[in-house]
Design a protein around this ligand. Structure first.
Ligand code: SAJ
Length: 406
């Protein structure tokens, strides 16, 4: 069996590596030289626990290779980004360029699986797009399915095996074939449906979480106004057997939860009120945090230096895409040029492009930032920050957006 995985990012590479660990010949494809080079050396170009061992073992065994060219294969897995446009519709251009690479290689009978999170109708679009490029192919011989990934960054290698999977086929045959491929490594249930239901299932899962985080974020703003501790409030309410409120934070980041709900809103704008409101509530949270920090700088004790702890979009990862912490750090630094911002992010060596070159924003070590600054803003609940002793915070104004030190 030979499988091509197009897109070796946070989802494609783990999927390629786990397939290869089962003895399947996996050919990875990516447009980024750094990624292709890293994988061929058996290395992983980002942080994901346990992935490194899988990749190095598969490359050493000769079951995993990477290149820029889409090869011939029996099955193709497309795991490329699906960002959204300024009008919140999905940008399918990466899926189309993956299809541009696959189309010339098709002989008939191949399976093409779309793993990228996609708006309703995208899998059908991929099918139509491939057929338009290859009118010579019999349409019954082209098996296209959607199999959305649902793994949690930080736990990917575990969840690939233990999470239930949804497989939606353009035809039942495509769904069955895709199910058989995922059975090689997934030990949980693999549930088959049609492509659009599978697309929506994925979007709904992330919207469910977004709506519930919005509820927690709204509670944190209300609690602040009422002078009560939102974390105590939530932990008490959660003692009710049917209540399970999530945790407030500085906003919702990542490339999934902050994006996917918009695909639903875009598909049904009139009907998606709660989903849109939750997005807006979560997107407004960084500004609320910024106001809190600015308020703290007005105190007479303020010494002109602010520590900003954490830039990643959540705990214990190095992923800074759509990170509310980045947005907060950038806006604070840009609008307060006379204040020195000491950012601490233990998972990176240098500031990401989006905030590099801002004169009053520097990447520093935790000790240095805590020593220098009189205002400490905690944005990410990294384990690295848990052990900060109360004495290191004594006398400082602390804005703990995650409730880590309460
Ligand atoms: N967050 C909170 N409070 C919470 C939980 C999360 O503020 O109680 C914030 C996080 O700090 C982060 C954002 O939400 O900024 C998203 O984090 P997350 O851990 O909820 O989710 P992701 O984006 O890492 O992964 C999600 C997962 N989806 C669900 O849990 C329904 C994952 O299973 C999906 O595979 C992934 O999206 C994806 O790729 O779609």
């Amino acid at each position: 069996k030979e499988v091509a995985v197009v897109g070796l990012g946070y989802i494609g590479l783990p999927t390629a590596a786990i397939l290869a660990s089962k003895g399947i010949i996996v050919k990875g494809v990516d447009v980024t030289p750094r990624t292709v080079e890293a994988v061929n050396k058996g290395e992983v170009p980002f942080v994901e626990p346990a992935l490194g061992e899988f990749v190095s073992a598969a490359v050493a065994a000769g079951t995993l290779t990477a290149s820029f060219e889409t090869p011939e294969a029996e099955a193709y897995i497309v795991a490329v980004p699906t960002p959204f446009n300024s009008d919140y519709s999905a940008d399918l251009s990466f899926i189309e360029s993956a299809a541009d690479g696959i189309a010339p290689k098709l002989k008939g009978g191949e399976l093409v699986i779309l793993e990228s999170t996609s708006p309703p109708g995208a899998t059908q679009h991929l099918f139509d797009y491939l057929l338009a490029k290859r009118p010579d192919l019999n349409k019954d011989s082209l098996l296209v399915a959607h199999c959305p990934e649902r793994v949690l960054p930080g736990y990917v290698m575990e969840e690939l095996v233990t999470n239930d999977r949804i497989v939606g086929g353009i035809t039942p045959e495509a769904a069955d074939k895709a199910k058989a491929l995922y059975e090689t490594f997934c030990q949980a249930a693999i549930l088959t449906t049609d492509a659009t239901t599978a697309e929506m299932a994925k979007l709904v899962e992330n919207s469910y979480r977004d709506v519930n985080i919005a509820f927690a974020n709204e509670l944190s703003v209300i609690s602040d106004k009422l002078g009560i501790d939102v974390w105590e409030l939530i932990s008490l309410a959660n003692r009710h057997p049917r209540v399970n409120i999530l945790q407030p934070g500085p906003g919702v980041g990542g490339h999934c939860i902050a994006v996917d709900p918009w695909f639903i809103v875009s598909a049904a704008p009139e009907e998606s009120n709660l989903i849109r409101m939750a997005r807006n509530t979560n997107d407004a949270k960084p500004n609320w945090v910024i106001e809190k920090v600015v308020e703290a700088t007005k105190a007479p004790e303020f010494n002109g230096k602010i520590a900003v702890l954490g830039l990643a979009f959540k705990a214990n990862i190095d992923d800074m895409r759509e990170s509310p912490s980045i947005a907060i750090a950038r806006k604070l630094a840009e609008t307060n040029p006379n204040i020195e911002f000491l950012a601490v992010e233990p998972h990176i060596e240098s500031l990401p492009k989006s905030i590099e070159g801002i004169a009053n924003l520097k990447l520093t070590e935790l000790d240095e930032a805590l020593e220098a600054a009189s205002v400490v803003t905690l944005l990410v609940d990294h384990d690295h920050f848990k052990s900060v002793p109360a004495t290191a915070l004594a006398g400082k104004e602390v804005i703990d957006t995650r409730g880590l030190w309460r």
